[in-house]
Design a protein around this ligand. Structure first.
Ligand code: MN
Length: 348
């Protein structure tokens, strides 16, 4: 089987809290991705199977392709049922925080979470957790929260309660955060866990189609347009930039999730060590970055866009102007970036 990574003491304390709880509320981050939704639904299925009253609350609606995951319809979406979602957080016996490292990542549910006096268990793989939880199970070396959750459930002796639905949700989380086992995926035990989940009935081929290969015509056209017309390459910095305005997004009837993965595409170009994508939102410019090897985009997102994340995948926001201002601001920082992170010659 797989190695033990979570400290025994944390398992013991989490078990105690869960044993004593009847009402379990699961919370994840805003703009929930496959790992957030997959982990949350898996927790709902498994703790539900042992008789807990489990509710999943999410700050806002997930993209269409995640809405087909088993149990999605039972989620309480705070974008539609804000008061109910807050009440579930307030009245929980225990709150399970999955796939985020600080309360503000919960968007409109952040205050409810901060105000809640219920004991909290954090299961997450982002760096530097700052949630005031009673039990913190934080493993940034894990590829996905869903993968960590699987380990957590096994240690709680709940392996047998992971049914096909839960298995599918966990696998969906693992596939999402590794780009279908393309990056962050050299941990051999990922495949042992994936094998167990497939044994339990998770259909990886169907999930691949559902999560990675289902796009509307508008979405395909938007992505083609972004690469054909908008992608800029800066060879001195070894970076690429794509910025899309509201008008451009509207032209292709943009839906949440339509630009998912776009930021990764320029990394295919030799010499591009990091890729930046900016998207104009109603209140800010959303910035996301991806990189190769040891180029730390989490530092860039932290230093320039008030954000953070993983070494190779991070994000932030720009509030000080238009999309053009954000682009100009980023370009103005390039000399500094080149100086701080010199391009290594003869090193791919
Ligand atoms: Mn994750």
């Amino acid at each position: 089987m797989i190695s033990r990574r979570i400290e025994e003491d944390r398992i013991r304390r989490a078990k105690q809290l869960l044993d004593d709880a009847e009402k379990v509320t699961v919370v994840c981050h805003t703009g929930p991705d496959g790992d957030a939704i997959g982990s949350s639904l898996a927790a709902m299925h498994v703790f539900g199977a042992i008789g807990k009253d489990v509710k999943v609350v999410i700050p806002d609606t997930a993209s269409q392709n995640l809405q087909t995951l088993p149990g999605y319809k039972e989620i309480v979406d705070a974008a539609k049922y804000y008061d109910f979602a807050c009440r579930l957080i307030r009245e929980a016996d225990v709150i399970l925080c999955l796939d985020f490292n600080e309360p503000n990542r919960c968007g409109r549910l952040a205050d409810a979470l901060k105000d809640s006096t219920a004991p909290k268990i954090l299961v997450d793989h982002h760096l530097h957790p700052s949630i005031d939880a009673d039990v913190v199970i934080s493993h940034p070396e894990m590829a996905a929260t869903a993968y960590l959750l699987f380990r957590f459930l096994c240690r709680l002796e709940l392996f047998n309660f992971i049914d096909r639905k839960a298995a599918e949700c966990i696998l969906a989380g693992m596939m999402t955060d590794t780009g279908n086992f393309s990056y962050n995926s050299n941990d051999p035990e990922l495949y042992i866990v994936a094998a167990e989940l497939i044994h339990k009935g998770a259909d990886k081929e169907r999930l691949t189609i559902q999560l990675f290969n289902t796009f509307s015509a508008d979405c395909l056209r938007l992505n083609a347009y972004a690469i054909l017309e908008k992608m800029e390459i800066n060879t001195e910095a070894g970076c690429s930039l794509i910025a899309l305005s509201r008008d451009e997004l509207n032209r292709y009837h943009y839906q949440r999730g339509d630009t998912e993965g776009l930021v990764n595409r320029p990394l295919a170009i030799p010499g591009v060590r990091f890729s930046v994508f900016m998207r104009q939102e109603s209140d800010c410019i959303r910035v996301s970055m991806r990189s190769r090897d040891d180029f730390p985009v989490n530092e860039l997102c932290r230093d320039y866009f008030g954000g953070g994340g993983h070494l190779n995948a991070a994000g932030g926001e720009f509030y000080d102007g238009t999309l053009d201002d954000a682009v100009a601001y980023f370009r103005s920082k390039l000399p500094e970036i080149i100086e701080k992170y010199p391009l290594k010659r003869n090193n791919g």
